[in-house]
Design a protein around this ligand. Sequence first.
Ligand code: ZN
Length: 316
Amino acid sequence: MYYLGIDVGGMSIKGALVDKEGVIHYRANIKTEVEKTSEEILQDIKDLCLSLVSEGGIKINALRGIGIGIPGSIDAEEGVIVYSNNINFENVKIVEYLKKTFDCPIKIGNDANVAALGEMKYGSGKGSKNLILVTLGTGVGTGIIVESKILLGKYGAGGEGGHMTLVYNGLPCTCGKKGCWERYASATALIRITEEYSNKYPDSEVAKIIKKEGKISGKTAFIAARNGDKTGAKIVSKYVKYVAEGLISLVNIFRPDCILIGGGVSNEGSYLMKKIERRVSRYSYGGSRNYKVPVKKAELQNDAGILGAAALCIDN
Ligand SMILES: [Zn+2]
C-alpha cells in the first residue's frame, strides 16, 4: 500500500511516495512558481503526483491516498484552500480538481499542522498523543495535536500560536496586530536582537563575527555565546525568554506530552533545548509539582511535511 505526501511551500513543492510505515520510497521536488495562476499551480501539483507514481514504479491503482500540506487557511472538510498568503490561492477546490485524475482518498491540511502529525507518527513525537510542534523560522508556526488529532478549529483556522499576543501594543506583525509571539521568537527576531546588541557592544565577539562574515544570522549569537562571549550569552538568554514565555502559555493550556522545536534555530540542539525546557518547567503552572514537559528538537525537519501529509491518509 502506497501513499503520496505533498508539501507545498513558498519556494518548492516537495513530494514523496511513502508506505504505511512512513518509509520514503521515492521523492521529487519542483519549484513553486509563485507568479503562476492557481490553475497552473494545481496542474504542477497534479503532474508531480503523476510522476511520483510512474517514477516510483507503482501502478496508479496501488495508491491508497494523497495527502497535501499547504500554508494558509485550509478547509480540510471541504477540501478547499481558503487562503494562502504567499501563493496565488484563494478559495481553490484542490481536492475536487485532483479527484478528476486520482481515484483514491485525497486529504489536505495546513502545513504546520501536518508537520506536527508527521513528527507524532514518525519523528521525535512518536508515542505521544498530545504534542506541540513549534517551527522557529521567518515566523513562528505551531501545530497542536490533542489526543492524536490535529487541533483545527472552525474551517481549520485555529492553532495559530505564533499570533498569540506576547507584548500588548508591541511590535507590529504581518497579520495586522501588534505584539505577536512570532515578532519576538522567530529566527527573524533573533537576528534583530543580535543586530541591536552588536550595535550597542561594538567590541563584543558578536560584533566581531558579524564584521568578519559580513552578515548576521541566527547562528551568530550562539557561536559567540559558546565561545564565552558575554554579549552572545545575553542575546541567547533574551531570546530563550521570549521563546519560553510563549511556550509557557501553551503548556498552561494544553500540557502536552512534549514540545518539539523545528526550523533552522533548532540546529542549536540540546544547548538551546535544555535552556528553554528549564525555563518552561520553572514558570509553567504548578512549577516542578506538575508534569515537566520535555522540549526536544523535531527530528524529521524537512521531511515532516511530506510524511505528515501522507499520514493524513494513513490510519492506524
Ligand atoms: Zn501576528
